[in-house]
Write a protein that binds this ligand. Structure first.
Ligand SMILES: Nc1ncnc2c1ncn2[C@@H]1O[C@H](COP(=O)(O)OP(=O)(O)OP(=O)(O)O)[C@@H](O)[C@H]1O
Length: 483
């Protein structure tokens, strides 16, 4: 307990009012309905950490000029990286003016010949997707639009569809670009894969290759997004190993994630031999634009009441509520709706097209509060998300002994994207949850701001300060999916 208490930010610890808001800081597959869900093929005492008064004045371009920011770029434009004109035109259409740090550092290494493998780490929301998408687009021969040349693997159907959208948008000026999603139900059994770029989940991709509906003989690039999760031996590691075993030996392998725990890193190095590596130091992992807070709930049953009290704040922007199981997602949705709140719930028990529709509604703002499981913890990019709630602290496994450090970071990373600011609120209610959050705070060396359910005025003030400044950021580039 004392650990977390010692990490509560006191007013005197808060950053000076002229500090930049989003400079870098110290910096889970199908389960039964009651088990913790992971994505798989089918998942105060302080003033606010970020002050609205200065946030509105700080522009994305300022952040991209700050050497310490993960959005920093040493070059003044993408053109300096030597990408083909039609790709630069796509970036311009997206209003991407300058590369971020990971884009500037990784791209030249990835697009050069002979192709070299890459293991790349960068904080959540810093543009990893465009980094590997640009590499893929620069390697594809568009005169063979139906010949698979690049394969991208992601841990959930939602992330695979999102990446497909980014490729289509950045590649909108590439003649004959054909991108298909290899997710359950998407590829016709009669035709099989007929695209130069395929984005899929490992199980479906494996099935298509085995049924000879996906010709992998001319694949040049394999990208694994969320690679630490995908290569984890407890999860999809086996499938990823089998997929790689079926590809040409010359394939260039690109592994990307915001987190690479040591034990997975060792395996990643074997998976992508002789790779260039771009790694972050431990204390660089979290994103400073995210104000991390926690709510000390009186007991487990009161967590629900506290959640409902936060509803007004959740709907200033958009919010994601992470819970441990599919059952609790459904149950909380039922109760909140019965209490008059408009919320939706998305998890792995839902049928694929229903999941797609739910996420599309959330992206477009038709729904503003989404209850979900770890299935959406990673990669999902919805720029309007200003609040993330950890209703349940992420834990490693069924024994519930250790917190899941990586999942915590990915969950809160659904807000604070590319220089924006956002709030995460983690609920604690007993010794175990308190201790788990303490360990997370220690692990990332972060100061968590305490919120009290007994002082709503103070809570509202702290949260609103951040969220309102988030909405005010003036020059955020709209992304591929119309966020
Ligand atoms: N150079 C750029 N200029 C402006 N916006 C950018 C640039 N690169 C990426 N973005 C935008 O930043 C947002 C976050 O990018 P992206 O989804 O690639 O993050 P990520 O690093 O993959 O995060 P995660 O670790 O959560 O998967 C997206 O909305 C994207 O459109």
């Amino acid at each position: 307990m004392a650990d977390l208490a010692s990490r509560i930010t006191k007013p005197s610890d808060a950053p000076a009012a002229d500090a930049a808001p989003a400079a870098p800081a110290a910096t889970a597959t199908a389960a039964d309905s009651t088990a913790a869900e992971k994505p798989i093929d089918d998942g105060a005492n302080s003033v606010g950490l970020v002050q609205s008064t200065y946030d509105v004045e700080v522009k994305l371009s300022d952040l991209q000029a700050d050497k310490d920011s993960p959005l920093y770029s040493g070059v003044s434009s993408f053109e300096e990286l030597g990408l083909p004109k039609e790709i630069n035109d796509g970036l311009l259409a997206m209003n991407f003016k300058k590369p971020s740090k990971i884009q500037e550092r990784a791209l030249p290494l990835m697009i050069s010949d002979p192709p070299t493998n890459m293991i790349a780490q960068s904080q959540s929301g810093t543009g990893k997707t465009a980094a590997f998408v640009l590499t893929v687009l620069s390697r594809v021969d568009f005169s063979k639009p139906q010949q698979p040349q690049a394969l991208l693997l992601a841990p959930s159907r939602e992330l695979a569809r999102q990446i497909q959208g980014v490729i289509q948008t950045i590649g909108q000026f590439c003649q004959n670009l054909v991108v298909e999603a290899a997710i359950p139900g998407s590829i016709s059994r009669e035709t099989g894969v007929r695209a130069s770029i395929v984005v899929g989940t490992p199980g479906t991709v494996m099935d298509l290759i085995k049924r000879r509906q996906f010709d992998v003989s001319q694949l040049k690039v394999l990208v694994i997004d969320e690679a630490d999760n995908m290569l984890d031996q407890q999860g999809m590691g086996d499938q990823c190993v089998r997929v790689k075993g079926l590809l040409p030996k010359t394939v260039q392998i690109l592994l990307f994630s915001a987190t690479f725990p040591d034990k997975v890193m060792n395996f990643a190095r074997k998976y992508a031999g002789n790779a260039n590596e771009i790694k972050l130091r431990h204390q660089e992992l979290t994103v400073k634009g995210i104000s991390q807070m926690y709510m000390d709930c009186p007991d487990e049953t009161k967590k629900y009441d506290v959640l409902c009290s936060l509803y007004g704040l959740m709907t200033i922007g958009s919010s994601v509520i992470f819970v441990r199981t599919r059952d609790s997602a459904t149950e909380i949705q039922r109760r909140m709706e019965a209490d008059g709140h408009k919320v939706s719930a998305l998890h792995g028990a839902h049928e694929g097209q229903n999941r797609d529709a739910l996420l599309d509604d959330f992206r477009s703002g038709r729904s503003k509060v989404l209850i979900t499981t770890n299935v959406l913890a990673r990669g999902i990019d919805v720029s309007s998300v200003s609040m993330v709630i950890n209703y349940d602290i992420p834990m490693k496994g069924f024994g519930d002994k250790e917190p899941d450090f990586e999942t915590y970071l990915h969950r809160i990373g659904r807000t604070g994207r590319f220089g924006r600011v956002g709030v995460s609120i983690s609920f604690v209610y007993d010794h175990k949850s308190f201790e788990a959050l303490s360990k997370i705070a220690d692990h990332y060396q972060i100061d968590l701001v305490q919120l009290s359910p007994d002082d709503w005025d103070a809570t509202e003030k702290k949260v609103q300060e951040v969220i309102k400044s988030s909405r005010a950021r003036p020059d955020y580039a709209p992304n591929a999916l119309g966020n």
